[in-house]
Ligand binder design. Structure first.
Ligand code: CP
Ligand code: NVA
Length: 346
């Protein structure tokens, strides 16, 4: 794979001529990501996501000391209405290591659309911060906030999507398998949730096949499945939903799961336990996957619920590589949204 030096003016930087002979595809010049929002994975094209992953791998290989002058004087505002360990800390460390600053406010101080409209909050914050990360409940107020903001807005998790998690997931799979093209990724459990949705969009854009394994109550909508098929078609990606965990993971390269009850949905906890228990990820389930299959989970995890301890703490598990890759992939995201990438050999 060859890439040209980065040119002033953006990820047009990634402009190039990146020919992957093995898989016979060409990445066309990607438009700049500078100043854009990242609310859902499909805000970016397949080429742009590929470029971000290359930038993430490049930054991961650089010493921290070399990165401290990338975002000098820039401020990232982080507004979190829900708890977070990984997303908060990985964005904060990423921004700090790139030479910028972070301001954090939790739900005591900021609840989107409560003290003022999302639009007014966005217009005011855009006068202070160079980018904004928001973790919130419903997606629609986040979209309104972003529509009014004049600096990049990143979705740090909403009820509908968790796109920064999907970037780290792709980077982790790329490290493990070399290429994402042609992989089969099985998401088992609450296949309607935010993590599954963003993972699936990223997977099909990267040319992978997404399998969902869930009871009918937790199956992605037909509309979303059709969207995934359409998104994946130009890249060789596809999506299918199964009512059996075994059928979903058959031959899969990756088995992925998440908590059975997402934040904000606690009223459904008992019902979810009852219907999702046949979809627990166990060592027995791995018998049906590819011999080399790995286990992924965005974390936090509940051992004995969606996954057994022997799987998540066993040799197939890459969950802490995933967690680490949040930081590397988000560095790439921050640099791509907040600079023209001048000087990066992506
Ligand atoms: N995976 C993830 O987003 O973790 P946190 O909720 O701890 O941020
Ligand atoms: N689906 C989970 C992901 C947590 C990182 C939730 O929304 O709570």
């Amino acid at each position: 794979m060859a890439a040209a030096p980065i040119l002033p003016g953006g990820v047009a930087i990634l402009c190039t001529i990146c020919i992957n002979i093995q898989h016979m595809y060409v990445l066309a010049p990607a438009p700049t990501l500078y100043g854009r929002h990242f609310l859902t994975v499909d805000d970016f094209s397949a080429g742009e996501l590929g470029a971000l992953l290359r930038l993430a791998a490049y930054l991961k290989g650089r010493r921290t000391a070399e990165q401290s002058s990338v975002l000098p004087g820039k401020t990232l505002a982080m507004l979190f209405e829900k708890p977070s360990l990984r997303t908060r800390v990985s964005f904060e460390v990423a921004m700090t290591q790139l030479g910028g600053h972070v301001i954090f406010a939790d739900g005591q101080e900021f609840l989107i659309g409560t003290r003022e409209s999302p639009e007014d909050a966005a217009r005011a914050l855009s006068r202070y911060a160079d980018a904004i990360v928001i973790r919130t409940h419903a997606h629609e107020p986040l979209q309104r906030f972003a529509d009014a903001a004049t600096v990049p807005v990143i979705n740090g998790l909403s009820a509908a999507a968790h796109p920064s998690q999907a970037l780290a997931d792709l980077l982790t799979m790329q490290e493990r398998f070399g290429s994402l093209q042609g992989l089969t990724i099985a998401f088992v459990g609450d296949a309607k949730n935010n993590v599954a949705a963003s993972l699936a969009e990223a997977a099909v854009l990267a040319g992978a096949t997404m399998h969902f394994g869930s009871p009918p109550s937790h199956r992605p909508s037909e509309h979303f499945l059709a969207k995934l098929k359409a998104m994946g078609k130009p890249h060789g990606g596809d999506a299918r939903a199964f009512c059996s965990a075994v059928r979903a993971v058959r031959g899969a390269d990756v088995i992925y799961t998440d908590v059975w009850t997402s934040m904000g949905e606690e009223a459904s906890t008992e019902r979810n336990r009852a219907v999702l228990s046949p979809f627990r990820v166990t060592e027995e389930l791995f018998i049906h996957a590819a011999g080399h299959a790995i286990f992924m989970h965005c974390l936090p995890a509940h051992r004995g619920e969606e996954v057994t301890a022997s799987v998540i703490d066993g040799p197939r598990s890459v969950v802490f590589d995933q967690a680490e890759n949040r930081m590397h992939s988000q560095k790439a995201l921050l640099v791509a949204l907040m600079t023209t990438l001048k000087g990066f050999p992506v």
